[in-house]
Design a protein around this ligand. Structure first.
Ligand code: NAP
Length: 260
């Protein structure tokens, strides 16, 4: 091993406070709530955004903005508040999402537009607004899905929206890489939330059919998606950009699970 590698690390010079502000959309419940909680536990000042009037701040030092995650004014308010509470904006998490299964023939175009607006357009608007408040450095994390890279019957709008998220992540990572703004995504598999419970209750696929696809033989917990999102945004991932990290118990790698 060379002397360079063995040399003691230089002491870190004192610098100005590192930005701690974080905005998480769709943070009233489910995965978004867990992500917001994860950032708060990691020492961030978190502003939660959600259309749900039940939205509550995480506690002292955090805040909440009730509104549509696709509305630039709502996002600007949330970003400004996070920057105020956290001495700058460190991270924006585009998590808000909806699902609306249906056969393609006869699928209402208004529903296609609504789904693409929430799942894809809002993430783009969020990135636009957040980028202007960030720098030098910063991180954007988007929430994709295994549906981005696999086909699911009667879920064309959802799958298309998530494939769009992954294109967005790669494009923005390249566009803003030299500015130190990292852009990544987590791609959850099947996670126990209201969205997933509604899918199962619709009768389109039984819980067992999902489990049959998951090598780890269980659904994910929202906190497991949160851990990945917090890591992607952290300095521990300082050279990671433009990636989509599957957090899916092995679903995306396919194969044949061990059970009979
Ligand atoms: P969820 O339990 O339904 O929570 C989503 C939250 O987003 C709800 O509070 C919802 O409010 C809110 N929301 C919806 N539209 C919004 C808008 N326009 N502006 C602001 N907030 C809005 O869903 P989840 O399962 O946690 O899903 C979170 C994200 O993970 C989504 O992007 C989803 O596509 C993705 N994902 C989930 C799974 C899974 O298995 N659960 C798997 C892969 C990816 P209302 O309830 O009032 O509408």
């Amino acid at each position: 091993m060379s002397a360079d590698v063995e040399a003691a690390p230089a002491p870190v010079p004192a610098t100005a406070a590192r930005p701690r502000g974080v905005v998480v959309t769709g943070a009233a419940q489910g995965i978004g709530r867990a992500i917001a909680r994860g950032f708060a536990e990691a020492g961030s000042a978190v502003v939660a955004v959600d259309v749900s009037p039940d939205l509550a701040p995480l506690g002292t030092g955090h805040d909440a903005v009730v509104g549509d995650a696709g509305d630039p004014d709502v996002l600007a308010r949330a970003v400004a508040r996070a920057a105020e509470l956290g001495e700058g904006l460190a991270t924006f998490v585009a998590n808000a999402g909806v699902t609306s299964p249906g056969e393609t023939v006869g699928y209402p175009l208004a529903e296609w537009d609504r789904l693409l607006d929430v799942n894809l357009r809002a993430a783009f608007v969020g990135a636009q607004v957040a980028r202007q408040a960030m720098g030098p450095g910063g991180s954007i994390v988007m929430v994709s899905s295994i549906c981005a890279v696999q086909g699911f019957a009667a879920r064309a709008s959802y799958c298309a929206s998530k494939a769009g998220i992954e294109g967005l992540v790669r494009s923005l990572a390249v566009e803003w890489g030299a500015d130190g703004i990292r852009v990544n995504a987590v791609a959850p598999g099947t996670v126990a939330t209201d969205m997933q419970r509604a899918m199962m209750a619709s009768g389109r696929a039984s819980p067992q059919r999902y489990l049959d696809r998951i090598p780890m033989d269980r659904f994910g917990e929202p906190s497991e998606i949160a851990d990945a999102a917090v890591w992607l945004a952290s300095s521990r991932a300082s050279y990671v950009t433009g990636v989509v990290l599957p957090v899916d118990g092995g679903w995306a790698i396919g194969g044949l699970p061990a059970r009979a």
